[in-house]
Design a protein around this ligand. Structure first.
Ligand code: KIV
Length: 271
């Protein structure tokens, strides 16, 4: 018997049952209705409406510019598309770091206005109070440790995090704190596979990796990267499952040719 096959709607409890049963969790980002529907129909467990929308949807260099209103717009489009998966939404930069009241207000807006099921936020001890306040309101929280792109100007680069012992120990402490306060899962981004394995063994909640090896409880990728819509971003951890950049470009070139040569529309394609 497998947990994921038996559920009509994925909940945070389903994810915990999957970890407990040793079943891997599959998570992808989506930001709109059309792709969200395909991803859900394919059977994904979690859709993350990531603040990576700032990069792949809006063309910004970092995730910092995207606003709470824009995240709610993307999230509500995805929520209208899905029937089965759990939808998690990133709290964008600036919407929760100030104080726990702001963090709660932003989370409530996301839940009320988009209909999503949970929020995700980046960081450990420094945002503990905010996480507790959001959880106390009954909102499920997913943590995010390791490379946290909202802090890119502090890190200076997108290289692998927590290679040194001190940073690795802090990451483990942060992960245990996230579990202890009641987060339902956490994302580990771009850290050594050995460290990710240790975290997944030492915390009981599901640990989802991106660039963190396979000995965690699940994987997440940015949809536009794994579909090959984006081409300029090629980290080692990224596996491309399609080359939609070329497929879409080829289709558009063919359409342009057909319009110019009056091949389109033909007799059957008119009234
Ligand atoms: O915003 C995002 O897409 C993310 C994933 C990379 C985990 O946070």
């Amino acid at each position: 018997m497998s947990v994921h096959k038996d559920v009509k709607r994925v909940t945070t409890h389903t994810l915990q049952a999957m970890k407990d049963a040793g079943e891997k969790i599959a998570m992808l980002t989506s930001y709109d209705y059309s792709l969200g529907k395909i991803v859900d129909d394919a059977g994904i467990d979690i859709i993350l409406v990531g603040d990576s929308a700032s990069n792949v949807m809006a063309g910004h260099e970092t995730t910092l510019p995207i606003t709470l209103d824009q995240m709610i717009y993307h999230a509500s489009s995805v929520v209208r598309a899905i029937q089965r998966c759990l939808v998690v939404v990133d709290l964008p930069f600036g919407s929760y770091q100030g104080n726990s009241r702001a963090a709660l207000d932003s989370s409530i807006r996301i839940m009320k206005e988009s209909g999503a099921h949970a929020i995700k936020l980046e960081g450990g001890m420094e945002i503990k109070e905010s996480i507790i306040r959001i959880l106390t309101a009954g909102i499920p929280v997913m943590g995010h440790l390791g490379l946290t792109p909202q802090s890119i100007y502090k890190f200076g680069t997108y290289t692998v995090r927590a290679k040194e012992d001190a940073e690795a120990e802090k990451l483990i402490e942060d992960a245990k704190m996230l579990e202890e306060v009641g987060c339902f899962a956490l994302v580990l981004e771009k850290i050594p596979a050995k460290l990710a394995k240790r975290v997944a063994e030492e915390v009981s909640i599901p640990v989802i990796g991106i660039g963190a090896g396979h000995e965690v409880d699940g994987q997440v990728l940015v949809l536009h990267d794994m579909l090959g819509i984006t081409s300029e971003f090629s980290p080692r951890f990224l596996r491309r499952y399609a080359n939609l950049y070329d497929t879409i470009k080829g289709a558009v070139e063919q359409y342009i040719d057909d319009v110019r040569s009056v091949d389109f529309p033909n007799e059957k394609e008119q009234y």
